[in-house]
Write a protein that binds this ligand. Structure first.
Ligand SMILES: [Zn+2]
Length: 415
């Protein structure tokens, strides 16, 4: 028989009834790593209500383009606001949440509806007051347009709050027990931190933008990375967690650790939908004293600028990495050479590129620059449009510091 397991937070014995399938990295962050031997249902529910909102507010816009590429990421649709209008981020793209009034200055330009269903509903309601309305004619006369969302939402980057710090702590703490189920903490300090029984000034965690890459040969993607390190000689247990490549945290899990030296790592590549437990090639490049000092002297306001910069970078990457992967898929399916007179194939390439840009909300940014297609047998127009889109993406990729070898491949294929 296996020895009994206990909830690492409330210490209740876990049985078939009360144990819970826990996502070590929360589901609303796209987390995949699960365990049902760590935490009870009650604690799991309590954390869910407490942490989810804070996490969604900060990371939904990063996750949205990622899940357009990787539909395995099952997250709830998210409502965001841009200049007073609410939009819904869904697995199929962006849509308006509710009808809204379009205005210019003080003038009323008209109503905008998310879809036909919403327009019909509005008209039926109106018809009760104004019976002369012809619903069918009004629908026919309605202009159909795509939403003019061309850049990032006016995304207010929220600074990290206590819930997010504690959630980062919870992730590492659970990962520790997931790997070392016999671990006995020397005190309940870290537990208290996660359960919000410590003052923020006593938190055993800091944000750390130091140089540390535990993954060798890291692909261009969006990652969650956890590293946990036990040091016998320094009697300390520390953890490094970087979520979405933009929030690297460092924490002390146990300050009087007496166990053996070890190094455990985990990463999840959110684009390729892969995850792996691994042994990091490098240990966290800080001494016990350095970690203690960093955390002791940590002032969240000192890192605001770095944090905002990193979030913007990740926002760019979350949109452009999927585009790059989709272009790679397109290229893989092309012959080694595409002749400049092959209108059919050039049309296919051009149309696919348009639909990729559209999916990630970038088509409207380039629409006006593209040549109008007048004749589907004219390869020149398709070729021109392909090169306009390549130029646009080249510029975007360079700005986001994403490698551009994909365009060399594409230009080799198209003579
Ligand atoms: Zn519990």
């Amino acid at each position: 028989m296996r020895s009994p397991r206990f909830c690492i937070f409330c210490n209740q014995e876990l049985d078939e009834k009360n144990r819970s399938v826990e996502h070590i990295i929360p589901r609303c962050m796209g987390g995949k790593l699960k365990s049902n031997l760590i935490i009870c249902k009650k604690c799991n529910n309590n954390f869910g209500t407490e942490f989810d909102e804070a996490l969604i507010e900060r990371f939904a816009l990063i996750l949205h383009p990622v899940r357009l590429f990787n539909p395995h990421l099952k997250i709830k649709d998210v409502i965001v606001e841009l200049r007073g209008v609410k939009y819904l981020l869904t697995a199929n793209g962006i849509s308006l949440k509710d009808p809204y009034q379009k205005k210019k200055g003080k003038g009323f330009l008209g109503m905008v509806f998310p879809n036909e269903k919403s327009l019909i509903k509005h008209l039926k309601k109106k018809k009760k007051k104004v019976p002369t309305i012809d619903i069918q004619k009004t629908i026919e006369a309605t202009k159909r347009e795509k939403y003019d969302i061309i850049e990032h939402f006016d995304f207010e980057i929220k600074n990290i709050n206590n819930e997010v710090y504690r959630c980062c702590g919870k992730i590492c703490y659970e990962f520790l027990f997931h790997n070392n189920n016999n671990y006995k903490p020397s005190s309940d300090l870290f537990n208290k931190f996660v359960l919000n029984k410590l003052e923020p000034s006593d938190f055993p965690i800091c944000i750390w933008y130091g140089e540390f890459n535990p993954l060798t040969n890291r692909e261009e993607s969006i990652y969650h990375i956890i590293v946990i390190e036990g040091r016998k000689d320094e009697q300390i247990l520390i953890a490094y967690l970087n979520v979405f490549n933009c929030l690297p945290t460092l924490m002390i899990l146990d300050k009087e650790y007496t166990g053996p030296t070890f190094l455990h790592g985990y990463y999840q590549d959110l684009l390729s939908n892969t995850q792996s437990l691994f042994t990091p090639s490098f240990s966290i490049p800080l001494t016990r004293q350095e970690v203690v000092n960093l955390i002791g002297q940590f002032n969240p306001l000192d890192v605001v600028e770095d944090y905002v910069k990193n979030v913007f970078e990740t926002l760019d990457n979350s949109r452009f990495y999927p585009i790059k992967r989709e272009l790679a898929l397109l290229i893989d399916n092309l012959p080694l050479r595409v002749s400049a007179s092959d209108a059919g194939l050039l049309a296919k390439i051009s149309n696919t590129m348009v639909s990729i840009l559209d999916k990630y909300g970038l088509f409207l940014a380039i629409k006006n620059r593209l040549e109008e297609i007048k004749d589907s047998s004219d390869p020149i127009t398709f070729l021109t449009n392909i090169s306009i889109m390549i130029d646009f993406l080249l510029f975007s990729f360079k700005r986001a510091r994403i490698t551009i070898e994909i365009f060399e491949k594409l230009s080799q294929i198209i003579q």
